[in-house]
Design a protein around this ligand. Structure first.
Ligand SMILES: *[C@@H]1O[C@H](CO)[C@@H](O)[C@H](O)[C@H]1NC(C)=O
Ligand SMILES: *[C@@H]1O[C@H](CO)[C@@H](O)[C@H](O)[C@H]1NC(C)=O
Length: 381
């Protein structure tokens, strides 16, 4: 007992020591382009947070991915009045919805750190957006370049973002957001940026993608939206949506209600037609296009078992059969049945659905991997 008690006391002392050693010790100073922690809290060159130090000290390390064109800045901090942010849209008509959604998104992200309480001098921020085109469609050849110029003059900060497409301007807003740093100093909480910034940026690659698999594990619409937000923050532009796999078929197809009836994990794990519409719009607002994939002829099992009962014969074969090792490359097995002519009528309905409900997509992915001939050879067909 005595031993246990003294261990506890020692632990308490250690925790107290750790607490005291933290007080006012997280200050950073800039040395040769690096931010280093400074143990002297009274040093005049201190910054109250690593992020704020890095904004001034490093060459745009806060901006992700690193811009590819010309970059320049002045290393002075100016504080922004979070209640005085104004946006002016200078482009051709038809971009208002896109930008009002993005401005709302942008201000929600800034408000995440509220309440701000800043006693320093703060300046209003005016954001001027100047796209050349109002084309709402994002494709492989969309010009995503942008130029951001941030100036501080006459007691106001102006951020001008110009570029060809609305998607380039959106990237510029994302960059601007990364240059606005919230920080705490004593009992204050402020947001700040630099007094001058110039960034010319365009992507190195046309296709910057992430793949999500909702066939094996269902992801809710709100989870997919969170991924889209993360992609937008990193300026990725293609979500390869691997919608189905042999495990499940979660996509509602109005002409073929049996696909989800037989294929969804349960009645809640279904992407309805309106869910898809919502996701496509949300993705477009975040500068991401969705490239849908319905996998086949392999990786197609659950969702395809209803053919026989409907008088159409086996649409897929080997579905969920064992031993999987001799019927497919990974379980559960399932492969479309190309010897059944009815399959092509069902596929026609399915692909019509894809064409109608993914109208802005220039590409539709038909899967194609891991076809396993021994499965087909195991059937009479
Ligand atoms: C993209 O747009 C910018 C700004 O309008 C322009 O300077 C640039 O030449 C365009 N790039 C291409 C490849 O068209
Ligand atoms: C769905 O499958 C059932 C068999 O379970 C079948 O009787 C019915 O005709 C199918 N529905 C459609 C619309 O194909």
């Amino acid at each position: 007992m005595a031993c246990e008690a003294s261990l506890q006391n020692n632990a308490a002392i250690l925790i107290l020591l750790a607490l005291f050693s933290h007080v006012n010790s997280w200050y950073f100073k800039c040395e040769n382009g690096f931010c280093i922690r400074n143990s002297d809290p009274n040093d005049k060159s201190n910054y109250p947070s690593l992020e704020l130090c890095s904004l001034v000290c490093s060459n745009f390390l806060n901006v992700w991915p690193q811009p590819t064109g010309k970059m320049a800045s002045l290393k002075n901090i100016v504080r922004i009045n979070p209640n005085k942010i104004e946006v002016k849209l200078n482009g051709p008509p038809g971009t208002e919805d896109f930008f009002s959604d993005n401005i709302l998104y942008f201000s929600k992200k800034l408000k995440k750190d509220e309440p701000y309480k800043c006693h320093e001098i703060m300046y209003p921020l005016k954001i001027v957006l100047t796209p050349k085109s109002n084309n709402p469609q994002l494709d492989l050849n969309t010009n995503e370049s942008y130029a951001l110029e941030l100036t501080y003059e006459g007691n106001a900060i102006t951020a001008s973002i110009s570029g060809y497409s609305i998607f380039g301007i959106r990237h510029g807003l994302e960059t601007l957001f990364q240059l606005i740093i919230p920080y705490e100093d004593g009992n204050q909480k402020c947001i700040a940026t630099l007094s001058y910034v110039l960034i010319n940026d365009k992507p190195v690659y046309k296709h910057r993608g992430l793949l999500l698999d909702t066939g094996r594990n269902f992801l809710t619409v709100s989870t997919i939206k969170k991924h889209l937000d993360a992609m937008a923050a990193s300026k990725l532009n293609v979500l390869h949506w691997h919608i189905t796999d042999s495990q499940s078929f979660p996509l509602e197809v109005e002409r073929l209600p049996n696909m989800t009836k037989y294929g969804a994990y349960n009645e809640k794990h279904i992407y309805s037609v309106s869910d898809v519409k919502d996701l496509l719009k949300y993705a477009n607002r975040r500068g991401v296009r969705i490239l849908p994939e319905i996998d086949g002829p392999s990786h197609a099992g659950n969702g395809w078992q209803w053919g026989k009962a409907a008088g159409l014969g086996d649409l897929a074969v080997c579905v969920n059969r064992q031993p999987w090792r001799s019927l497919c490359i990974q379980p559960p097995c399932g492969q479309l049945n190309p010897a059944n002519q009815n399959l092509y009528c069902v596929l026609e309905d399915l692909y019509k659905h894809m064409k109608d409900h993914f109208p802005d997509t220039e590409m539709f992915h038909m899967g194609g991997d891991e076809v396993f001939i021994p499965c087909w050879n195991s059937t009479p067909e």
